[in-house]
Design a protein around this ligand. Structure first.
Ligand SMILES: Cc1ncc(COP(=O)(O)O)c(C=O)c1O
Length: 377
């Protein structure tokens, strides 16, 4: 009743606010790069734009890093799991708190997802807990797929120690972590999908300090070829074209300015909700690192009613990962541990509208609406 009355007072203003409003480079920014393609008459198969794009991406990493681009991060994860030698038919330990693409990649690599719970503090797998779980694994564990939730990177040192101790290879699904992924001592895969912080439409890349792994993944993206026309093994075609690389160059040219815009909008949101102790942002979000979505945790199981109330105000929200990856029909039969933290997270997390060009009025509309709704729940 109180909520209904509050919503009536908060008249739905202006147009509907979408949860996501991606912005890729405009045509004027693309033209110089596209002109180079015209001049080169090289359109795909590792042309100069693609090589240059990979070099620029590799240059963002702290150590000596190789980058291998591909058509999307789902393929990138799957091909990297294969290149890591994860034995087909085995299990891949992974968090239930992720997007379904992570589990699709695992199954495409011939592995079965083994869903484990995340740590309630970090929303990620915890190496000590996974180590303990390994003793109870319902089969041979061939790999661990860590997920950097909504762009927040895991503790690489702790996972390197886990890998050394257990011998199980670790891969990071860093799909949304373009900004924070700067350390490739563990292999990681970043998405360049249009909805990500650095988007090119569709695309992704592996970053790794392991040159042999990079070579194997490259081979898998190009028919099993390694500079000749001999297919060394079963592979696919997952290459990016020069056109995608052109968008990538233009996006990188704009990155520092885009990053500042994400930061400005995010910081205004944080400030606007700072006096709401129950609303939690991801640690460091928009302060130390940026990404293209805003996911908050609300007190208790309030995400669904808050989403419904915001919708009546013309504010779109999204439960980006639904009830957790394990809850999708496709993965219902996969083995799993106790997933209570994941289920709590699914009930309390809410994706709010966020974009690098949100104006102050839009930010205030979202945060003001949420503040008032929370007081009534
Ligand atoms: C955690 C996670 N992994 C993988 C992917 C797949 O990325 P792509 O769309 O590039 O295949 C996504 C996409 O949103 C994601 O959020």
């Amino acid at each position: 009743m109180v909520l209904a009355a509050t919503l009536t007072n908060l008249a739905p203003t202006a147009s509907r606010l979408p949860v996501s409003r991606p912005r890729l480079p405009a045509v004027q920014a693309l033209l110089p790069w596209l002109s180079q393609i015209d001049a080169n008459r090289w359109y795909s198969n590792f042309g100069p734009l693609l090589r240059g794009f990979e070099d620029r991406l590799a240059g963002r990493f702290a150590g000596p890093t190789r980058v291998v681009t591909m058509v999307n991060a789902t393929q990138g994860l799957s091909l990297t799991l294969r290149a890591l030698g994860a034995g087909e038919g085995g299990l891949c330990a992974m968090p239930a708190w992720t997007f379904v693409a992570s589990a699709h990649a695992v199954t495409e690599a011939g592995l079965t997802p083994w869903f484990l719970d995340v740590d309630p503090e970090t929303s990620m797998l915890d190496p000590e807990r996974v180590k303990a779980e390994l003793r109870r694994a319902p089969g041979a564990v061939e790999a661990v797929l860590l997920v950097a939730p909504f762009g927040q990177m895991p503790d690489v040192d702790a996972w390197l120690a886990f890998q050394a101790e257990t011998g199980v290879p670790v891969l990071i699904d860093a799909a949304a972590a373009f900004d924070q992924a700067r350390d490739a001592r563990l292999p990681l895969v970043v998405s360049l999908h249009a909805t990500k912080a650095l988007g090119i439409g569709e695309g992704g890349f592996l970053a790794t300090e392991d040159g042999a792994l990079a070579d194997r993944v490259r081979e898998l993206t190009t028919y099993g070829f390694r500079g000749d026309r001999n297919a060394r093994g079963l592979a696919t075609n997952a290459k990016l074209s020069e056109y995608s690389a052109a968008v990538g160059h233009a996006a990188l040219d704009a990155w520092e300015a885009d990053r500042r815009s994400f930061q400005r909008v995010g910081q205004r949101m944080r400030l606007s909700l700072a006096l709401e102790p129950g609303i939690l942002f991801q640690r460091g979000w928009s302060l130390q690192w940026v990404t293209s979505v805003c996911v908050v945790q609300l007190p208790g199981p309030w995400a669904a009613p808050a989403a419904e109330a915001l919708e009546t105000l013309g504010i779109e929200t999204r439960a980006w990962w639904g009830r957790g990856c394990h809850a999708s029909d496709a993965f219902r039969d996969c083995p799993r541990g106790d997933l209570s933290h994941t289920e709590d997270l699914a009930r309390s997390s809410l994706g709010l509208p966020f974009a690098s060009d949100m104006d102050d009025h839009e930010v205030d509309r979202v945060c003001g609406g949420l503040r008032r709704i929370i007081t009534c729940l």
